[in-house]
Design a protein around this ligand. Structure first.
Ligand code: OAD
Length: 247
């Protein structure tokens, strides 16, 4: 991968950067993605049985078992070179916002301080609210210590709304950046997938980094095909070398 002169100028001139990230940035930390052939979660598991409120109401034990395993996997994982490069870039910028679809908390652990979590955080619980009580025997499942209410992982499931305010904050980040990146996301899940379009509509340049083409690829201003953990560190080095020259 070569960073051409135009892109180099762009990253060197950028002061406000918004980055949309997906499972691809955590892939190099050993956290599986969702849709990739063979390794993707949704290639091996049925989201209808694990990632909807109806699935939880039907069988909370099964859903908890899966999320407990994923939670452990995320806890054991270390931030990847991609996570670290974004945290390092923040140090060179006036403002840097990471808008992530990931629930693993690895951006924060790498040191990014301004992270919008669109799909929640797998390490947190919240109260399960449903019209009908879960049918199954609930003994031993996590409960609120104060009220006794059944708890669920604080992630967004299919058919659910994003956390209060997260989408508006993410749109605002895209609109107020002078450079937007989309990294390691298949750009298939809405509303996250549309966020870079907020920038494109305002003529804010969009750079995509992905192993494979996505629906964003034809409209992005720059497409860097390859591993996020290789490309992002190079991009940040390019941005930093500009800062040094300017100083
Ligand atoms: P996907 O699994 O849909 O896409 C992962 C993307 O990362 C693919 O386009 C890969 O080509 C790319 N990729 C994988 N490894 C990479 C690497 N090392 N470097 C660069 N690119 C790489 O994951 P998301 O787009 O994050 O939602 O999926 C979006 C949402 O769908 C998830 O947040 C999750 C899922 O259902 C919920 O759970 C609500």
């Amino acid at each position: 991968m070569r960073i051409d002169e135009g892109l180099q100028r762009l990253v060197q001139g950028a002061a406000r950067v918004a980055v949309l990230t997906g499972a691809g940035v955590s892939a190099e930390s050993g956290v599986p993605t969702f849709r990739e052939a063979r390794s993707g979660f949704w290639e091996r598991f049925d989201p209808e049985e694990l990632a909807t409120p109806e699935a939880f109401a039907r069988n909370p034990r099964k859903v908890w078992a899966w999320y407990t395993q994923r939670r452990e996997q995320a806890r054991r994982a270390e931030p990847s070179p991609a996570h670290r490069a974004l945290a390092q870039w923040e140090q060179l910028l006036e403002w840097c916002c990471v808008v992530t679809q990931n629930v693993d908390g690895l951006h924060q652990r790498a040191g990014s301080s301004h992270v919008i979590e669109l799909h929640g955080n797998i390490h947190r619980d919240r109260r399960f609210e449903a019209d009908t009580a879960p049918a199954e025997d609930l003994d031993g499942l996590p409960r609120c210590p104060e009220t006794g209410a059944l708890l669920r992982p604080d992630v967004v499931w299919f058919g659910e709304r994003l956390p209060e305010g997260a989408l508006e904050a993410a749109k605002e980040a895209m609109r107020s950046a002078d450079l937007v990146l989309s990294v390691g996301t298949s750009a298939l899940v809405q509303p996250a997938a549309s966020l870079p379009l907020e920038a494109l509509e305002r003529d804010i340049p969009v750079v995509e980094i992905n192993r494979e083409p996505t629906p964003l690829t034809p409209v992005a201003d720059w497409v860097l095909q390859g591993e996020a953990g290789e490309i992002l560190p190079q991009l940040v080095t390019a941005a930093g070398s500009g800062a040094k020259r300017a100083g």
